[in-house]
Structure formats: structure tokens, C-alpha cells
Design a protein around this ligand. Structure first.
Ligand code: FES
Length: 153
């Protein structure tokens, strides 16, 4: 059992109304919500695992797969969509061999589709490790991804 999960649950108290902040803190600590962590939370709060999963999967903020070393987020909001965000996402799916919500087997990249990132003037947009890349084309995205693969970024 992870002492950190126990510490987080104890700091909030095991009242079910504290579940969301507990899940947020565990995700901040671990980068995602692992099966083990969810089972531990269920045990410590005396709530069924299915209840915990039900709550956690309702919110898009929670991740259930360990994030990659580089987190790629592709905007699928309206402005980006009309400027080709779908084919951008297809490029990453094909190139990395993963679907949104997954991490490559070597743990280097994870891919997410996200709603408007708030910089529509730059559409289509992606964010890698917090860095915004705008006015993208597939060719531009490929160049950027290659630089990450080669450790130049
Ligand atoms: S729709 Fe993509 S940044 Fe707004």
C-alpha cells in the first residue's frame, strides 16, 4: 500500500464528498490514477471500487494511463477542427501507433484530444509539454515530432 495515497486520503478525510479532491491530489502526485491507487482509495474510504471508477471516469480531467515523457495534446475545438485538426490527430495516431488516451510502449509519448485551448487565432493548435504550437500543418507537426524523438526539444 502506498503511504502517499494513505496520507492524501487522511489529509482530506474519508467522507465521500472529499473524493474529487483526493483523486486530484493522487493524480498530481502520480501523474495519473493507477488501478492500485484507485483500489487503495476505495479501501481507505470504505467505498466500492466501482463507485470510485464511476466518479473518476465522469470527469475528463482524470487519466488512467501513465502519461508519456512527452504529453501531446491536439486541440479539436471548432476553430481548429475547421482548419484541419482531425488530419493532424490522424497523423499523430499513425506516426506513434497509439490512440488518444494512450501512451507509446516505450513510454516516450502520450496523445490526447482536447477541447479549445483558448488560442483559436493560432488554429490548428497542439501543446507538447505545455509548449503551444500553432498554424500547424502535418509537415510542420512531423518536423516538430521528429525533433522530440531525436531529443532536440
Ligand atoms: S479551437 Fe483550438 S484553440 Fe480554440
Amino acid at each position: 500500500m502506498s503511504s502517499k495515497v494513505r496520507e492524501i486520503v487522511e489529509s482530506h478525510g474519508s467522507n465521500p464528498s472529499n473524493l474529487i479532491p483526493i483523486l486530484q491530489d493522487v493524480q498530481t502526485n502520480d501523474g495519473y490514477l493507477s488501478e492500485n491507487a484507485l483500489a487503495e482509495i476505495a479501501g481507505l474510504m470504505d467505498v466500492s471500487e466501482s463507485t470510485i471508477y464511476g466518479v473518476a471516469t465522469f470527469y475528463t480531467q482524470f487519466k488512467f494511463v501513465k502519461p508519456g515523457e512527452h504529453e501531446i495534446r491536439i486541440c479539436q475545438g471548432t476553430a481548429c477542427h475547421v482548419r484541419g485538426a482531425e488530419s493532424l490527430l490522424d497523423f499523430f495516431k499513425t506516426n506513434l501507433g497509439i490512440q488518444p488516451g494512450e501512451t507509446t510502449k516505450d513510454g516516450r509519448f502520450s496523445l490526447e484530444r482536447v477541447a479549445c485551448l483558448g488560442c483559436c487565432a493560432l488554429a490548428p493548435v497542439m501543446v507538447i509539454d505545455g509548449e503551444v504550437y500553432g498554424h500547424l500543418t502535418t509537415a510542420k507537426a512531423e518536423k516538430i515530432l521528429t525533433e522530440y524523438k531525436e531529443g532536440k526539444r
